[in-house]
Write a protein that binds this ligand. Structure first.
Ligand SMILES: *Cc1c(COP(=O)(O)O)cnc(C)c1O
Length: 378
């Protein structure tokens, strides 16, 4: 009997420790972890640099209110926006909270309320983020949603052009839809969105909660597209497993989030910031990102060699890849892979999502692909 709400379909595996890409369960069984806690464990499990950052900070100070100044948050903000067309950061605790901040900032800044979002998107479970999410299974049953979100088909220029009028405050999207199936934005759609935002003075919110912090081979995924966001939301990979979220905003938004307009008790907590600073210093580094791109190319090549049947397709960028398995429902594959020692996540009904730590080795990629091949091609 469990005293927990059963709101998760938990797999019957109790993971008790991890190092790098490898985790062990309480029976001593070893798994290659290609989930990274859903794109969270950026530097793998128990990376010495983040263990040390957390230990050192935990001996100094655990919490200080945002009533007081924080040079540590200032430094993290500066590290995140460096060389990007974004100027200011706000820190919170999760992806949904980051998107709430993004939505509030866009509405307050423009004085408009209408936000365009896309089918199969996922932005989180709070009321605002849920209302922005283009999936009925996330929204149904909770009564009236936050008003004035319009959901359009993804990668469809005509539908977007037809929906634009002077009530639109913002367009909000994931550059690669994660939960929705590892669906990558097309170059044409990115160009159309940016053109529309420029011409109509519409804000662009890019949800990089899953794609950000090096996951796709660049600091943020939007850098590989024509998108020039006014607001970027982040969370998952930023803390490497320690809860932290945040937004980055363009200079013109500075006055909108003035004192008292928005906030959170825990946001930018010293423990979270110490860990995130360490992560960002590792990842926002040309050589590190270059390695992510090399490992992505290697993983894609190995997958192509292993899955020659045309029912399979490889989607995604960097180390956020999806293996589309024809029309097959992949839930049972995920279980079989787990039994064979490889942890993966499902995305949409038909895609196996591969999200190894960014520190994964080529040897680990070889082993993971061998297990995928053994389970899926028999
Ligand atoms: C996971 C996710 C969220 C929600 O983040 P939480 O930390 O679970 O609130 C929002 N957007 C995207 C793209 C995500 O992948």
């Amino acid at each position: 009997m469990s005293a927990l709400f059963q709101n998760y379909a938990r797999r019957p595996v109790h993971i008790v420790e991890g190092k790098g890409t490898i985790v062990h369960d309480n029976q001593g069984k070893r798994y290659i972890d290609f989930t990274s806690g859903i794109a969270v464990c950026t530097l793998g499990h128990a990376h010495p640099a983040i263990v040390q950052a957390l230990q050192q900070q935990s001996e100094k100070l655990w919490h200080v209110s945002n009533l007081f100044e924080s040079p540590e948050q200032e430094k993290l903000a500066a590290s995140l926006v460096q060389d990007l067309p974004l100027s200011y950061a706000f820190f919170c605790n999760s992806g949904a909270e980051a998107n709430e901040a993004a939505i509030k900032l866009a509405r307050k800044h423009t004085g408009k309320h209408h936000i365009i979002v896309f089918e199969q998107s996922f932005h989180g479970r709070t009321f605002g983020a849920m209302s922005a999410t283009g999936q009925d299974k996330v929204r149904n049953g909770f009564g009236p949603l936050v008003e004035q979100f319009t959901t359009l088909p993804f990668n469809n220029e005509a539908a977007l052009e037809a929906a634009i009028d002077d009530t639109v405050a913002a367009i909000m999207l994931e550059p690669i839809q994660g939960e929705g199936g590892v669906n990558v934005i097309t170059p044409q759609f990115a160009e159309t969105i940016q053109k529309i935002c420029d011409e109509h003075d519409i804000l662009l919110i890019v949800d990089e909660v899953q794609t950000g912090i090096g996951r796709t081979g660049t600091r943020f995924a939007f850098e590989q597209t024509a998108l020039k966001p006014d607001i970027v939301s982040m969370a998952k990979g930023l803390g490497g497993g320690f809860p932290i979220g945040g937004i980055l905003g363009a200079a013109k938004l500075f006055d909108t989030f003035s004192a008292g307009t928005h906030g959170t008790t825990f946001g930018g907590n010293p423990l979270a910031v110490a860990v995130a600073q360490t992560i960002v210093e590792h990842v926002f580094n040309e050589a590190f990102l270059q390695r992510v791109q090399e490992k992505s190319a290697y993983l894609q090549q190995k997958l192509q060699q292993a899955f020659t049947d045309e029912k399979f397709a490889i989607q995604g960028k960097g180390l956020m890849l999806g293996l589309y398995c024809g029309g097959d429902d992949v839930a049972s594959y995920v279980t079989q892979l787990e039994q064979a020692g490889l942890l993966v996540v499902q995305a949409g009904p038909n895609v196996i999502r591969l999200l190894p730590p960014l520190t994964v080795s080529e040897a680990e990629i070889d082993k993971a692909v061998a297990i995928l091949q053994q389970v899926l091609v028999s």
